[in-house]
Unconditional design. Structure first.
Length: 225
């Protein structure tokens, strides 16, 4: 009897502890689930607020073109484009290169992608520039020239810009850099021989066309000849 009492005295507290532990575990789960459900709307609200703040600080630009268009000039063209170059040029532009550049200087590095198109202007060809001798067609072709040398704005970008502590930068510096980049792109294409290739391509194209028209032979002569 004494052993049974001892056993009952041990089992009863252990059972109570188990029940209390189970109740505590259930209560913790309920509180945790309730807390998560309560915090989730707050988290969602915080995310929405953060998104709205980001939109305020970094708004999407709105571009509104003026509906009025003014045409200043219109003229007919007879340009035969025969070659196109794609050129990349790196241009550095800066102001205040002296000792004050730390305070007032502005320096940028522009990576410019440009297109150069060359050919011959057939509007310069007159009746006196074509003649036939002994069934041979002589063609005085104008000298090739660069028609377009421009920057591709979608591919060009500012790689780096450093501004002094006491200035917001020169608003015209990037414009000046792009202008110089266009000039350098055209210069690079000319130095690479774009005009000679444009002249050769024009002669080849016109020669095939004139031969198909029935001329047995076509000879191109320079403008100075």
């Amino acid at each position: 009897m004494k052993a049974e009492r001892i056993l009952k005295g041990v089992v009863l507290p252990v059972g109570i502890l188990v029940i209390l532990a189970w109740a505590a575990y259930s209560l913790v789960n309920v509180v945790q689930n309730t807390t998560e459900q309560a915090i989730k709307p707050v988290s969602d609200l915080t995310g929405e607020v953060g998104t709205q703040v980001a939109r305020v600080l970094h708004p999407t630009p709105t571009v509104l073109p003026d509906p009025v268009t003014i045409v200043h000039e219109m003229r007919s063209l007879a340009r035969l484009e025969t070659i196109q170059y794609t050129v990349e040029k790196v241009v550095t532009a800066e102001t205040r290169q002296e000792f004050l550049k730390v305070l007032f200087g502005d320096r940028l590095l522009l990576v410019a992608h440009g297109v150069v198109i060359a050919g011959v202007d057939l509007a310069k060809v007159g009746p006196e520039d074509l003649w036939v001798e002994n069934e041979v067609l002589y063609f005085r072709l104008p000298t090739s020239e660069v028609f377009i040398a421009s920057i591709d704005n979608e591919k060009s970008y500012i790689y780096d810009r450093q501004v002094g502590f006491l200035t917001k930068g020169d608003v015209d510096l990037e414009t000046a850099a792009r202008r110089v980049a266009e000039e350098e792109i055209e210069k690079a294409a000319v130095e690479d021989g774009i005009l000679d290739l444009a002249q050769q391509n024009a002669e080849n194209f016109l020669s095939r066309m004139l031969l198909q028209l029935g001329f047995p032979e076509v000879i191109f002569v320079g403008v100075e000849e």
